[in-house]
Design a protein around this ligand. Sequence first.
Ligand SMILES: [Zn+2]
Length: 297
Amino acid sequence: MNKQKLVEIAQRNIEMRRIQAEDVARRAQEHLMENSTFATLERQLRRVQVQYAMGDHSDQTAQKLAELKEQRKQLLAQLGIQEGQLAPHYHCSKCDDTGYVNGQACSCLADEVRKMLIKQSNVANSAYTFENSTETDKHNLGMYNLAKTACQEGKNILLVGQTGTGKTYLITACANLALASGKSVLFTTAYNLSNSFLQAHISELETRQAILDSITEVDVLVIDDLGTEKSYKTVTGDYLFAVINERIAQNKQTFISTNLSLQQIRDKYDERLFSRLVDQKITKVIKLVGADKRVDK
Ligand SMILES: [Zn+2]
């Protein structure tokens, strides 16, 4: 789903909150109107309010208005209701759930978009963040800083290291950081990605394009565990190259983690894909080290 569409849905979600809040207030008011004393008072009050609004600011009218308001307040107190309960309780007090303040998008709209981005990103663990990291290895901590900077500077990340060095944690932290800054993210494994490529390959042109667009259009594509995918003769490599190439052309970020060494990447994929993946102008290559963290020492 593209960003514009997301914003539209977010606007609708906020609009729905407004309608719900106003509905609750309206029902509370309707319920009160079943009390005949209140109903009479309310109707009188409205009549005088209209008079006043139409320009009748005479002492008599002003006094009547004040009296009626006071009576209403007292009656409500007798009934155990606070005046505030009759007004809509908006979710966002800045924009009263309209999504806009003085024609500018309200922060709640950005929050809503961010929430939706997270939902459709497939990032499995929102708790994997730079802040929550328990990494203590000095070398790796340096790598965390490099990764964070690369992420913020709009660069690609190629994260290498053996099993158990915390690559999935770090790549997920990068994905969550991108999400927090309002970018759309697609988190996928190389295995699933290669299946998508195969699906695209055997589909009609239109479907194929739709599949590839969904992979290309996100701000950040995360491919976990490159090298573990099924290799469908030329299909995987060719599509991967096309996607990576297109994303570079569109200045979009790609984060890749892999157990493979650079030499193994070069051996497994062809020269042009390899040179794209390790191009230092656009990519930060990050290497994590350490004993297998999943094994007790
Ligand atoms: Zn708001």
